[in-house]
Design a protein around this ligand. Structure first.
Ligand SMILES: [Fe+2]
Ligand SMILES: [Fe+2]
Length: 200
């Protein structure tokens, strides 16, 4: 069901040149729709996390649109300035499916959406990607997209750049409490170092 909403929510899907890769994006969303919580019927209502209300932080779809838009700038930039060849199809597809396992992770409980404890949506998303037939390069990008320091080391330029693209497209800023960097440190059990003395 959610897979039928991809074209409407993500017009940049038409920029994926390989029709097979485009079809695999649909296949991955079909898979999570079939295996996920049936309460997820509208892709624009799926949050980035149950603790981040859509009204304030935007939907997961907005996070994905940001990654697709920046990828369209980043990939030609890397080629022009660094002579680094990245596959735009892989970036766009990875953006589209990297968080799709959240459809399985986020479940309705007592009328509220909650995250399943211990569910690793990056690892699950990568497993599903391989199951539906994505190339292993894309599965690796998905597997390491969440920054977990030494536990999730990217092995390719594409995976490294996509890992940084993930928090860029997260509108969680220090002005509103804990910013994305602080949240990542906490999620990894790393203490936040004391701030350096203020400069007068
Ligand atoms: Fe994620
Ligand atoms: Fe993400």
């Amino acid at each position: 069901m959610l897979d039928r909403q991809l074209e409407r929510s993500f017009p940049d899907i038409s920029a994926i040149r390989d029709p097979n890769i485009r079809e695999l994006c649909h296949a991955q969303w079909r898979y999570v729709s079939a295996h996920g919580d049936p309460s997820h019927t509208d892709i624009e209502k799926l949050p980035i996390h149950p603790s981040l209300p859509v009204a304030r932080y935007g939907a997961l779809a907005s996070h994905v649109r940001g990654q697709m838009e920046i990828s369209k700038v980043l990939v030609p930039f890397a080629k022009r300035e660094w002579k680094v060849e990245l596959d735009l199809d892989h970036f766009l597809a990875c953006a589209l499916v990297h968080d799709s396992a959240k459809v399985i992770e986020f479940v309705g409980k007592d009328g509220e959406l909650v995250a399943t404890p211990g569910f690793d949506h990056a690892a699950e998303g990568a497993k599903i990607a391989l199951t539906v037939g994505f190339p292993k390069e894309v599965a690796h990008m998905i597997a390491v997209h969440t920054y977990l320091g030494p536990r999730r080391l990217p092995r390719t330029a594409a995976a490294q750049l996509f890992q940084f693209l993930d928090p860029i497209c997260l509108p969680v800023f220090p002005e509103g409490g804990k910013g994305a960097v602080e949240r990542h440190l906490e999620a990894n059990g790393w203490s936040v170092p004391p701030a350096p003395p203020a400069v007068a």
